[in-house]
Design a protein around this ligand. Structure first.
Ligand code: UGA
Length: 432
């Protein structure tokens, strides 16, 4: 099929590339000329394992193209995927839909034959209705269908998540578009993905409800971890013991720092905002947002306690500063809360991240990037493992002792406490 992906961010680029790998002709469109030029040369704007190889392969075999020409790309395509960003509105909590509506206006002027217009961006319920209205203005004969097809891929695991999804959700109010989209996804359905057809509004809400639920699961186990620390129980035993119940499930029950990233923080706020509009109280999600906001303070208090409340001039090393491993994304990472506070309190911070220097810490007093794990760790008083990169999973800490032994605070529970303690290190982790 001929597909057009509008927006070459995470969702648009990854799904465009994967659709081309499944044999479709795909044009990825973006208004950012520099980005398109780079993509044509095989340079990837985001850090995503495996993506570069797939871009090169499919660009070479001419199934994958990049363009800034929205009008012609739409004309050539049967299905148009809207994959532009829906960030939180400045100073507010609702989703900023300006890019969605702008794209819809442009699509409305370029419809030359029947098109399926699909929102893959995360959009509040009823956005599909609004897009349909915009398209109808210039297309009274209605040669189009607006469909919602939320994406559930994770950064760092995006290709695997696209290729082997648990489910594919298609929200459309007609049979024709449903049949075409089911056919588009048939290679994934035949590999075991469940195909779920719902109304358009339901599909829009499934996405927000899913992200809000996952955020709730993480927050729940983080709070249980707080209790475990007080009563001397290992939170990992709790996660396993709970997770084996199929009604609960073991995934997303890893306690750690506050959840971050480009999705959970923004989507939990947006669903609350939608519910407020409909005069419905989402008290559970509201308390999740509140609890997560306070999570970094709880972890910082532990840092102060570990350092006997003497933070000034203490050398603290951060291993990993992104919101999780396998991404270069800093959006809503808990390090953005913790590092500035520690710097203000007079700590001397050195950090290492496999994805390199982060401009976000530029200008902060005594915060420096180091090029290797070794350089970041040596001569530290405290080593904080902030993300769970493989690079940090088998460090021989003994090799990095220069002078006094450092303390380790493993915020991702990577190491076995008894083994590390046997090596003579003071070791702290989360909920155990
Ligand atoms: C999330 C969802 O998992 C995807 O299904 C969804 O498609 C995506 O948002 C989106 O809406 O686009 P992502 O933000 O890439 O994906 O990252 P996750 O792997 O879900 O992690 C989010 C946060 O939760 C991270 O800070 C991570 O460290 C934290 N987390 C996750 C935990 O603290 N514990 C866990 O057990 C799992």
């Amino acid at each position: 099929m001929n597909l057009c992906m509008i927006g070459t961010g995470y969702v648009g680029l990854v799904s465009g590339v994967c659709f081309s790998d499944l044999g479709n002709n795909v044009i990825c469109v973006d208004k950012d000329l520099e980005k398109i030029k780079k993509l044509k040369k095989g340079k990837i704007p985001i850090y995503e394992p495996g993506l570069e190889e797939l871009v090169l392969k499919n660009h070479k075999n001419k199934r994958l193209n990049f363009s800034t020409d929205l009008h012609n790309s739409i004309k050539k395509s049967d299905i148009i995927f809207i994959c532009v960003g829906t960030p939180t509105k400045r100073g507010g909590s609702s989703a900023d839909l300006s890019q969605i509506y702008n794209v819809a206006q442009q699509i409305s002027k370029s419809i030359n034959k029947y098109k399926i217009v699909v929102t893959k961006s995360t959009v509040p319920v009823t956005t599909g209705d609004a897009i349909e209205k915009i398209l109808t203005k210039n297309n009274l004969k209605k040669k189009f269908t607006v469909v919602s097809n939320p994406e559930f891929l994770r950064e760092g695991e995006a290709i695997r998540d696209f290729t082997y999804p648990d489910r594919i959700v298609i929200g459309s109010n007609d049979k024709k578009s449903n049949k075409i989209l089911k056919n588009l996804y048939s290679p994934l359905i035949s590999k075991g993905a469940q195909y779920v057809h719902t109304s358009r509004r339901a599909a829009e809400l499934i996405k927000y409800a899913s992200n809000a639920f996952l955020a709730t699961k993480i927050t729940f186990i983080n709070e249980i971890a707080n209790l475990c620390e007080k009563i001397g129980v290992n939170v990992e035993d709790i996660s396993i013991g709970m997770g084996l119940d199929k009604r609960i499930g073991g995934r997303f029950l890893r306690a750690g720092p506050a959840y971050g990233g480009s999705c959970f923080p923004k989507d939990t706020k947006a669903i609350i905002n939608t519910a407020d509009k409909y005069k419905t109280k989402l008290t559970v999600i509201k308390s999740v947002v509140k609890s997560n906001k306070n999570r970094s303070n709880i972890l910082l208090k532990r840092v102060y306690k570990i350092l006997n409340n003497k933070v000034k001039n203490k050398k603290i090393c951060f291993l990993g500063v992104t919101f999780k491993a396998n991404t270069d994304d800093m959006r809503d990472s808990s390090s953005l809360t913790m590092i500035p506070i520690l710097s203000k309190k007079g700590a001397k911070i050195r950090y290492y991240d496999p994805t390199g220097y982060k401009k976000e810490f530029k200008g902060l007093k005594n915060v420096f990037y180091e090029n290797t794990v070794k350089d970041a760790i040596e001569r530290s008083d405290l080593v904080i493992i902030h993300t769970e990169w493989n690079d940090f999973k088998s460090i021989n800490f003994k090799n990095f002792i220069k002078g006094k032994k450092f303390i380790i605070y493993d915020m991702r529970n990577i190491y076995d406490p008894s083994k590390i303690k046997k090596q003579g290190f003071k070791y702290f982790s989360v909920g155990r």
